[in-house]
Design a protein around this ligand. Structure first.
Ligand code: HEM
Length: 339
């Protein structure tokens, strides 16, 4: 047997954090729902990025919303990161993907650290920490352990917290993940593409940018003191779309000198120029969820001329990791862009 590739090691690492993972499914973001709609570029978008999605007036999109967990069991009401994978379809057999999640920063700055992090995040048995213990954690400037969900006996929180307490770079994302809660709707969360990408403007200037989707209906999480409900997000989305479209504004922050271009653990200052790049209007749940959503394979490095990956080592490693995962789970090869 040859040595495992980085892609294989990454996929096996994320899979190892979810012992009930089912072959043939995504190793993370396992439970999801596909919806279709359109993206309409803003008037200024094409000045900042000449990629096809930002020049055309309107184009079809496919979006898959997901819970972050790699467990096949749907626990919508549990505190968890959520995902939003978008495929822009500008026509002529082209496609561009944008993968985003509800955390603005990532846990680690490079692949080696991520492999260590996933080891630390292996599930262990959990108990609710006493208020005294939480207080002691805070006095020691350590992150207190989030309470387990009702019925949850194992999770990776303790390991993640211990990792973040040893490695300052993970603190921001681990702390936010611990407090993130559950959205009342997939259409009521902000999703961040996290990494820096390089866009080329109509003036030929290349700019470092970060993208996020802002929900037009506003952000809202469930009441953390109310009992968590296992399943509601898919039905809520179906009901919402039956009443009208769900919309998101694509915002793009432009990086400046000194900003962390290749480190997804570090936030950019909030005062960076933000450009409204366009409006996403989701119209309906995809009819054939298996063929047109579960078997689809998104990839954050599937881009179009005018937008390129930065030198962020996590982003670059994700290209082959997603392809490996999709081959393993028998996803349909992307019919667009030779993907
Ligand atoms: C080293 C870092 C990472 C690794 C190894 C990793 C790995 C994976 C894998 C293997 C999948 C399943 C792919 C498939 O089978 O289709 C996946 C899905 C996903 N990842 Fe990551 N990921 C990483 C970082 C991130 C980051 C930074 C984000 C946020 C921008 C993200 C967002 C997502 C989303 C939204 C999905 C679900 C995509 C879908 O619905 O098909 N991941 N990830």
């Amino acid at each position: 047997m040859g040595e495992a590739t980085i892609a294989q090691r990454l996929v096996e690492a994320v899979r190892s954090d979810f012992p009930d993972h089912q072959p043939g499914t995504r190793p993370v973001h396992t439970v999801g729902i596909g919806v279709s709609g359109t993206f309409m570029a803003s008037e200024v978008a094409g000045q900042f990025c000449i990629a096809a999605p930002f020049r055309a007036a309107q184009m079809p999109v496919l979006v898959r919303f997901s819970n972050g967990s790699g467990s096949p069991v749907e626990h919508d009401g549990w505190s968890d990161v959520r995902g939003m994978a978008t495929r822009f379809l500008p026509g002529d057999g082209a496609a561009m993907d944008m993968l985003a999640m509800t955390l603005p920063e990532f846990f680690t700055p490079n692949v080696d650290a991520f492999l260590q992090f996933t080891k630390a995040a292996m599930p262990q048995s959990v108990e609710r920490e006493s208020p005294w213990r939480k207080l002691i954690d805070m006095l020691r400037l350590e992150l207190p352990l989030p309470d387990p969900e009702p019925g949850e006996t194992m999770n990776g929180s303790a390991g993640m917290m211990a990792y973040a307490n040893r490695h300052g770079f993970a603190g921001e994302a681990v702390f936010r993940a611990g407090m993130i809660g559950a959205p009342v709707s997939y259409a009521r969360a902000t999703y961040h593409a996290v990494h820096c990408f390089i866009v080329t403007g109509a003036d030929g200037v290349r700019r470092p940018v970060r993208f996020s989707w802002q929900p037009v209906s506003g952000v809202r999480t469930t009441d953390p003191t109310a009992p968590a409900i296992d399943r509601y997000l898919h039905e809520e989305l179906r009901a919402r779309l039956a009443q009208g479209s769900a919309q998101f504004m694509l915002m793009m922050s432009v990086g400046e000198g000194g900003d962390a271009l290749n480190d997804p653990t570090r936030p950019w200052p909030a005062k960076r120029t933000r450009v409204a790049m366009g409006m996403l209007s989701l119209a309906q749940v995809v009819a054939d969820q298996l063929a047109d959503c579960e078997r689809v394979g998104f990839n954050p490095c599937r881009l179009l001329p005018g937008i390129a990956v930065s030198d962020d080592p996590i982003l670059r490693a994700r290209r082959d990791a997603y392809e490996y995962s999709q081959r393993e789970r028998g996803a349909t090869p992307c019919p667009f862009a030779g993907g």
